[in-house]
Design a binder for this molecule. Sequence first.
Ligand SMILES: Cc1cc2nc3c(=O)[nH]c(=O)nc-3n(C[C@H](O)[C@H](O)[C@H](O)COP(=O)(O)OP(=O)(O)OC[C@H]3O[C@@H](n4cnc5c(N)ncnc54)[C@H](O)[C@@H]3O)c2cc1C
Ligand SMILES: *[C@@H]1O[C@H](CO)[C@@H](O)[C@H](O)[C@H]1NC(C)=O
Ligand SMILES: *[C@@H]1O[C@H](CO)[C@@H](O)[C@H](O)[C@H]1NC(C)=O
Ligand SMILES: *[C@@H]1O[C@H](CO)[C@@H](O)[C@H](O)[C@H]1NC(C)=O
Ligand SMILES: *[C@@H]1O[C@H](CO)[C@@H](O)[C@H](O)[C@H]1NC(C)=O
Ligand SMILES: *[C@@H]1O[C@H](CO)[C@@H](O)[C@H](O)[C@H]1NC(C)=O
Length: 494
Amino acid sequence: MRAATLLSAGFLASLADALVITRAAIDKCLVDAGVPIDVKGTDDYKRDVAPFNVRLPYTPTAISVPLTTKHIQDSVKCGKKLGIKVSAKSGGHSYASFGFGGENGHLVVELDRMYNVTYDATKNIATVQPGARLGHVATVLYEQYNRAIAHGTCPGVGVSGHFLHGGFGFSSHMHGLALDFVDSVTVVLADGSVVEASSTENTDLLWGIKGAGSNFGIVAAWKLTTFEAPAVLTRFGLSLGWNKSTAVAGLEAVEKYAKNIQPREVNFRIGDYNKGQPGIEGLYYGTPAQWRKAFQPLLDTLPAGYNVSDPQQLNWIEAVISYSNYDNVDWITPSPQENFYAKSLTLKGLNGTSAQNFVDYYFDVANNVVDRFWFFQLDMHGGKNSQVTKVAPDATSYAHRDKLYIIQFYDRYENNQTYPATSFGFLDGWVDATTKPLPESDWGAYANYADARLSRAVAEDQYYGDHLPRLQKLKAKFDPKQLFYYTQSVQPKA
Ligand SMILES: Cc1cc2nc3c(=O)[nH]c(=O)nc-3n(C[C@H](O)[C@H](O)[C@H](O)COP(=O)(O)OP(=O)(O)OC[C@H]3O[C@@H](n4cnc5c(N)ncnc54)[C@H](O)[C@@H]3O)c2cc1C
Ligand SMILES: *[C@@H]1O[C@H](CO)[C@@H](O)[C@H](O)[C@H]1NC(C)=O
Ligand SMILES: *[C@@H]1O[C@H](CO)[C@@H](O)[C@H](O)[C@H]1NC(C)=O
Ligand SMILES: *[C@@H]1O[C@H](CO)[C@@H](O)[C@H](O)[C@H]1NC(C)=O
Ligand SMILES: *[C@@H]1O[C@H](CO)[C@@H](O)[C@H](O)[C@H]1NC(C)=O
Ligand SMILES: *[C@@H]1O[C@H](CO)[C@@H](O)[C@H](O)[C@H]1NC(C)=O
């Protein structure tokens, strides 16, 4: 009854009035400063307010659309002045709609009109604007300069969200995380100042940016190192044919290989996109014949029943395109929307009871979820020869370099359906079963696969692990009043 009284017509009308007044004030502040904005109801507004995950739509108070660092700076100043939370949006591909703050009412700083990429060969530094998408960055670097960076596979993902929290893809075992390519950044801070963070200036800020970067400011420019685009790569794959009685042995064979044997040049993951038909897909730095030799120790130990597909030799951009599932990756617009819930695990290993629980749930529960599309992907992230592991665990705020695997779990309905609340238990149950036997120090979650349903305290802990206390101090230093708050942002603690 109390709720009914509170939500009286008069109360709602005054709330709506307050929103209109706030929106008018923030729009005026932005326009007065010369910052482009999206006017509500326009096509641009509709495009920019559309979330990648249609399950989580939010209504901003305003959307600014900067073209310069000064526009970003003035957006931050307007948010600060009017007491409105500010959220940067790069590619807008956050699983939890964190580009909107994960709630209504923020000033969204839509960065995706800033997508230019240039390269200085004398310094080996690419300068990338903060709203460029991965496919565009890869295309420009390759076509104009024959250079490359290791990053994820989706061409529509934004450089900023991706590089700020990790960035794992088909070159990461070979070359590291996307954030390992960050030389320096230009950042707009909560006080409205613009600073550089590099190995010589604001080094603590750079440390925080490389792993938990959505918490401290808005990155307005990236300076990235690159490697020469390889001319000879091999895309390989196999169908594993595992069943409930062979899958644990299969996982143990994979674990042995990934931990100690997998050469740096072998990149791969296990995935199932077809309800009980797991396979391996990967990219090798070398020819098909060299791949076969490097992979043979795993083939020798896998349970019988697998089939190896014909490996394909590709150059760099062909490999990027091949793994994108599109014909062209030079994107400056968002990916098609999806309606889903996702979770992740970072794991030191998946063996014994934990592997048995994962497999039992896979075959007994997951394979019976037949009314919709779901997948899991288990990435070979760490191990002795992985470039991810070669960087010291505390060198950046990314907290998972001691983890062998990243697993992503993804559960999707059609966009015209409602994701039912009763369906969350499907992935929750899989993750709970897998982690139940594990000590807390053996697992976490990956911030780039944000799980919108974790409480803020649990999310901080799973995403940032041992690095959390240091990140909370940094938050207190750079954003004590939480201008850049979102529903899972790091809490400031002095
Ligand atoms: C189809 C698809 C495929 C994917 N594949 C991979 C993959 O292969 N590997 C992988 O590691 N990940 C992958 N991801 C996850 C992806 O890396 C994350 O969702 C990433 O955070 C998205 O970045 P964005 O800029 O597009 O997102 P946004 O929603 O724009 O931003 C994400 C977060 O970063 C903040 N942010 C954005 N820009 C800035 C800025 N300039 N300064 C400060 N904070 C900022 C936002 O406020 C938000 O909190 C995939 C995601 C999708 C949707
Ligand atoms: C990108 O580069 C082009 C060509 O130099 C320039 O015209 C445009 O203004 C740049 N865009 C931004 C957002 O800086
Ligand atoms: C492997 O190929 C054989 C012959 O085509 C087929 O019968 C079998 O189902 C395949 N197994 C897997 C795991 O794809
Ligand atoms: C599981 O696969 C193995 C290897 O292909 C096979 O020998 C066994 O019969 C299968 N078991 C079941 C229960 O299908
Ligand atoms: C099993 O996994 C744990 C982490 O959960 C790891 O510490 C251990 O080394 C693994 N065991 C083997 C035999 O790989
Ligand atoms: C919902 O979307 C799916 C996929 O696009 C389509 O096949 C189906 O017909 C749609 N259903 C309705 C009721 O519109």
